[in-house]
Design a protein around this ligand. Sequence first.
Ligand SMILES: NC(=O)c1ccc[n+]([C@@H]2O[C@H](COP(=O)([O-])OP(=O)(O)OC[C@H]3O[C@@H](n4cnc5c(N)ncnc54)[C@H](OP(=O)(O)O)[C@@H]3O)[C@@H](O)[C@H]2O)c1
Length: 315
Amino acid sequence: MATKSKVLVVGGTGYIGRRIVKASLAQGHPTFVLQRPEIGLDIEKLQMLLSFKKEGAHLVEGSFSDFQSLVDAVKKVDVVICTMSGVHFRSHNILLQLNLVEAIKESGNIKRFLPSEFGMDPARMGDALEPGRVTFDEKMKVRKAIEDANIPFTYVSANCFAGYFAGNLSQMQSLVPPKDKVLIYGDGNAKAIFLDEDDVATYTIKTIDDPRTLNKTLYLRPPENILSQRQLVEEWEKIVGKKLGKITISEQDFLASMKDLGYAEQVGVGHFYHLFYEGCLTNFDIKGEEGAEEASKLYPEVQYTRMDQYLKIYA
Ligand SMILES: NC(=O)c1ccc[n+]([C@@H]2O[C@H](COP(=O)([O-])OP(=O)(O)OC[C@H]3O[C@@H](n4cnc5c(N)ncnc54)[C@H](OP(=O)(O)O)[C@@H]3O)[C@@H](O)[C@H]2O)c1
């Protein structure tokens, strides 16, 4: 059996990063996690890093303000996965990755780089609304730097993380299901794709040593998780044995709601608009497309979590 690549996770204590560290260990990769001195007194992050170490990960000190430390960290491994923050209401530092791209270029040993993507495919979001398009524009800048430097890559298009989009029945401003009434976007029939974050991590690690995904985008489209908002709500109604009231919001009213909001919320409204009115995750076909692969086809052995199961934890 071929030896498993050594993996460095940058951003390993983050929301998706921590799951990627665990999946890498679970799939038997020698796993390295960047430990940044900037975490200082953040006891939660430190404890998480130590728990990774307990599970067999190697902690590597390095900082984005010390270029050589990034080069040294990158030199230790074959594959780099970056899970740099990119959610505006938490923290958004996508362009910091340009330093990492430089470090990978300098070290010259990396067989695969997975930048912080894990969402909508930025290459298909060229017409996205302001200000939310910043996410896609910045991810595209990082892609350009990677490709200009001829760094081997895989982009993971992970669609909707269930924790952000399923548990709340796709309601903004909440992470739990509404009790009585649910806001439905337009006719509620645009199809989205929902992924348990642990499955995102599993597929991500599956791809790193796979020649079929070299210099390609891996789309996570597990067929049973391609659901409209109405279908998602129905799954929840079955679990709780109760119908929710439906309040429909038109496209115009939804977009108009943006004007009184702060920047981070405006970014969110734009993203929700593309997802639930335009159906931006499913309004294109990847079949036969050069440069695109679908995860559940490549890795049918992954028993991905269906949303009827996922939602039970919220009941
Ligand atoms: N598809 C979806 O539904 C969805 C949902 C959420 C996020 N995403 C995407 O997933 C990716 C990761 O987002 P996330 O929410 O997991 O991120 P996050 O938890 O907010 O942050 C991830 C990590 O970024 C690092 N970081 C933040 N600021 C930094 C700085 N100034 N210098 C160096 N490192 C810094 C930290 O790494 P340390 O561990 O070193 O402290 C942090 O743990 C983004 O591309 C985002 O767009 C997708």
